[in-house]
Design a protein around this ligand. Structure first.
Ligand code: SF4
Length: 688
């Protein structure tokens, strides 16, 4: 072992932060991480990375890593060995299954974990426990985008590659702070703008870096994107600027859709959004006549009561203008976590097996029943939102949460943690004793990506391998091994010796991944699903039609209703999002000293107008009170927000945690929390 410490090792990995999926070599000596070196053949990023991918790795060797399983004894945790922890979990799961039924248990996969681990979590849930109650954090973010795309074009992923976004003559970003949330992808857009004169139009509440660089920047009123999208689509149709050949050949439902657009006149749209009719006309003309259009969107669209409908409106616009199936075109919901795409792809969803095949379809279920030698549940399970509700109603008794700080990141956390307290048995698997883990009955110490093998799938549906840089920290285990231990203890000996065998099984069962194998993913090679048996993948979707029976896409009518609820008392609208340096609640990035020094804490960003109105100076301390909770923090005054809009970054899990303010409202079609529709009033604590 001493010899080994001396040797410098170099292993390829994939970034464990955002969905861009940058890959690079990690240089190590023993457990020491020496540097991160991108490789010219890194498919998503070439030689670029951002600050998180380059410097955000200190969490791996943090002193705060858990190294022993913990079992709750009355009011404290006791360290136990793995055998005891696993047999206790298996015993309690079995008891609850027997006494209350399989549907009293629920499972949350991690979008930080690998595809293989997501596959095993849903297998544990379905095969061993016998329930479809399994979900993942795409429920908090892009589930509405997936819904909007499923309805219209049939696949819930990005329709092309990052290179298509770079090739698009016109890029629209809607509700996306791309430069901070997806930095390397943003740099490709900026590069095309600078070198080739491609156009960038940004739509957001907040004038962030991307907005400042945009050729045109629009600041619609909160929650009204659906309106301007539908209005310009209508105007394009009215002017006869739509792509008639494309529509005729590839799209169904034009006439119904056209009449559904009637309410979306320019006057109505400009009234609702605050964008003038003239600007909307211009915009319609630009979009209709651009040679290729790609639309990127993120949480600013999805985390609303109308998140699925707004995503649908984006896809409708792309269909009307023929912007699918050609290089430089398409729909790009930008995935948040490194593997939030893959976590859904590999079946950790209450309604889908791996590869988006429905649990309600007999043929599909039969295939899995034959492979897994059990009878599988026929009914759709609970999603994350329904799980929390079910606990409060006494209909769910046990949860197993892998790698997610649910008690911080779910909306209305006071309500969520109150639910945790009602659980009979709660298992949390993580690197650290997170806020969520504090409520657990058993805590299982997991290993991060650098300590294991597996695959991640980035925002462009690209499956990439990661290689182990060094063995798991003593006392910890990779998630796939832990899940497998629990399954075995419950009588299902899966016997995987390497994640490649898990992928082999997934590929044999899910047609979407039929040709995926570790050999085909060797080194910097990658595959973008769907992958045929012969290994052919599809960087650009819909070149030969859409995955519906008749090969045609569908225009899907949507209507509009204003759902955010500021009023005289709760007069301020709170928006929230990421900062460049931090990732979400900061459980990982705060462990890097350099990053923490640069951006030590979250803040409350207010406009100059609001500062003046309330007599607030930079650094003033205020309390924000929503209809469900309160948060406290210090004010920063900027020109990035306007009027009565406030922005709070996500990286606080203390008294400025955004989810102290959010409530139980959700997207009506996907149950994604409406995180971006918070009304608050402000109480000044110290003017400064
Ligand atoms: Fe990681 Fe995203 Fe930064 Fe790339 S852009 S290094 S994937 S956080």
């Amino acid at each position: 072992a001493a010899m080994r410490e001396e040797v410098i090792d170099k292993k390829k990995t994939v970034c464990t932060y955002c969905g861009v999926g940058c890959s690079f070599d990690v240089w190590t000596k023993g457990r020491k991480i020496l540097k991160v070196e991108p490789h010219p053949h890194s498919p998503a990023n070439g030689i670029s990375t951002c600050v998180k991918g380059k410097f955000g790795w200190d969490y791996v060797n943090s002193e705060e890593r858990l190294t022993k399983p913990l079992i709750r004894r009355e009011d404290h945790f006791e360290e136990v060995d793995w055998d005891e922890a696993i047999s206790y979990v298996a015993q309690r799961f079995s008891e609850i299954k027997k006494e209350k039924g399989s549907d009293h248990l629920a499972f949350i996969s991690s979008s930080k974990a690998t595809n293989e681990e997501s596959y095993l979590m849903q297998k544990l849930s379905r095969q061993v426990i016998g329930t479809n109650n399994v979900d993942n954090c795409s429920r908090y973010c892009q589930a509405p985008a997936t819904m909007g795309l499923f309805r219209t074009v049939g696949y819930g992923g990005d329709s092309g590659s990052i290179s298509d976004i770079a090739e698009a003559k016109l890029v629209l970003t809607v509700g996306s702070n791309t430069a901070e949330s997806h930095p390397v992808l943003a740099s490709k857009i900026k590069r095309s703008q600078k070198l080739f004169g491609h156009k960038l139009y940004v739509f957001d509440l907040r004038k962030h870096e991307m907005a400042k660089r945009a050729d045109r920047f629009f600041q619609p009123k909160p929650g009204t994107d659906l309106v301007w999208l539908s209005a310009i689509t209508k105007y394009i149709l009215d002017q006869g600027w739509h792509d008639q050949t494309f529509l005729q050949e590839w799209v169904n439902g034009l006439e119904d859709y056209r009449s559904s657009l009637e309410p979306f006149t320019l006057e109505y749209a400009s009234d609702m959004t605050g964008i003038s009719a003239e600007e909307l006309k211009d915009l319609a003309e630009e979009v209709a006549h651009a040679e290729s259009v790609a639309i990127c969107w993120a949480m600013g669209v999805t985390q609303h009561v109308r998140g699925s409908d707004t995503s649908t409106a984006i896809s409708n616009l792309l269909l009307i203008t023929g912007n699918y199936g050609k290089p430089g075109t398409g729909a790009y919901p930008l995935r948040g976590h490194n593997n939030v795409q893959g976590c859904s792809d590999f079946g950790s969803m209450p309604n889908f097996f791996p590869g988006y095949e429905k649990v309600t379809e007999n043929d599909v279920r039969k295939r899995y029943e034959a492979a897994w030698k059990v009878v599988l549940p026929e009914e759709i399970g609970m999603d994350n939102h329904e799980m929390i509700e079910a606990i409060h109603k006494g209909e769910l008794s046990s949860m197993y949460v892998m790698g997610e700080d649910t008690g911080v990141v779910d909306a209305n956390i006071n309500y969520v943690t109150a639910a945790f307290e009602k659980l009979d048995f709660f298992v949390v698997q993580d690197l650290f004793l997170t806020k969520t883990a504090e409520y657990a009955d058993v805590v299982l110490p997991a290993s991060p990506s650098l300590e294991k093998e597996g695959t991640f799938t980035n925002t462009e549906r690209r499956i990439q391998r990661l290689y182990q840089s060094f063995p798991p920290l003593e006392g910890t285990n990779p998630d796939w091994k832990i899940i497998q231990l629990i399954a075995k203890e419950m009588g299902h000996d899966w016997g995987y010796t390497h994640p490649s065998e898990i992928m082999e099984e997934a590929a044999s069962l899910a047609p979407l991944f039929a040709g995926v194998s570790y050999e085909r993913l060797e080194g910097y090679q990658s595959l973008q699903w769907p992958v045929a048996v012969d290994g052919t993948d599809q960087p650009l979707l819909f070149t030969e039609g859409f995955p519906f029976e008749d090969g045609k896409a569908r225009l899907y009518p949507v209507d509009f209703e204003l759902t955010h609820d500021t009023d005289e008392e709760y007069d301020l609208h709170v928006n929230n999002g990421r900062l460049l340096e931090h990732f979400h609640e900061g459980n990982m990035t705060y462990k890097s000293e350099g990053i923490t020094r640069k951006t030590p804490r979250a803040f409350i960003e207010i406009s100059e107008d609001l500062a003046e109105e309330r007599g607030l100076k930079e650094g003033a301390k205020v309390k924000l009170i929503s209809r469900t909770g309160e948060a406290v923090g210090h004010v920063t005054v900027t020109d990035r927000v306007k009027g009565k809009e406030i922005f709070i970054p996500l990286n606080d899990n203390g008294e400025l945690s955004i989810n102290l303010l959010t409530d139980n409202r959700v997207d009506k079609d996907s149950n994604t929390p409406a995180y971006k529709e918070i009304a608050v009033k402000m109480k000044v604590l110290k003017k400064k």
